[in-house]
Design a protein around this ligand. Sequence first.
Ligand code: NAP
Length: 286
Amino acid sequence: MNKQNILIAGAGGAVGKHLVEHLSGEHSLSLLTRSRTTFSSDSQASSNRIVEANVLNTSTLRGACEGVHTVISTVGASLDLRAMSDKRSFMEVDLQGNLNLLEEAKRSGVQRFVYLSAFGAESMPTAYTNAHEAFVRHLKASGLEYGIVRPTGFFYVNLEFLGMAKSGIASVIGNGKARTNPIHEADVAKACAEAALKQGNLEMNIGGPETFTRQEIAELAFAALGKKPRVMNIPAFIPTLMKPLVSPFNRRIGDLVEFLAYVATHECVAPVYGEKRLGDYFRVHC
Ligand SMILES: NC(=O)c1ccc[n+]([C@@H]2O[C@H](COP(=O)([O-])OP(=O)(O)OC[C@H]3O[C@@H](n4cnc5c(N)ncnc54)[C@H](OP(=O)(O)O)[C@@H]3O)[C@@H](O)[C@H]2O)c1
């Protein structure tokens, strides 16, 4: 494998940090973050070039892609409900931020751009997935070689169930029967690295090795704690009604609630790619 110059945007995020681990040593990496303190205690990451830039501020992006062959972007507004004090919407960060990065990549002669969207996003009627796929359309029209990775939900999102199980009762939106195969962040990073190192345009739909109903994921969290499951079902219309109430104050929370209500009530099963198991992940995080 030839050594490549790769810029990882979102390098300090859940997938990004696994990407750094996966590609370090073999390739010459530039790690884009809004603050270099993200990597202050990460010796492996800090041995790479750090690019401090905010994708929403184009002047900070100048020079970020100089000498870079491939950009991998995992930049996106956080899905973590604890990070919602940053109210910027998915359209602002996932679409406009990545468009700014794409422009800078083109200006610097980058040849390949890998982007992380979400499984099923092409046909989901939600603002979050629309933002991802709007960017994908721009990327496909950009003239750069592209790789698009569309994973199911990451394991860490399901830690919400573990938290609820610890408190004694978990809630599931809808009847809990819709199935999905969540995937470990490290397996997603492996797919992004694969998409970066291949040639030609490609799209990868990926999920984890096990398929569960939402109800079974909640029960798995109780099992990891050795507790008897207690699961409450929340009618799906409740989060759907919440979107117009919440959005005027925080659009991102409104869009996230809409997305969560949709995926919790629709089948979301992707071709198996990941190898890591959710039960093991829960046990490590107990
Ligand atoms: N979670 C899921 O289940 C799931 C499923 C499918 C797809 N996805 C998508 O996968 C992508 C990555 O997810 P993740 O869980 O790894 O996200 P994450 O942990 O929240 O990381 C996102 C990264 O984006 C960067 N970022 C955000 N705003 C930025 C800005 N204005 N300028 C520069 N960088 C910025 C952050 O960098 P710094 O904080 O270091 O600046 C962070 O490292 C997202 O687009 C997400 O929508 C997620």
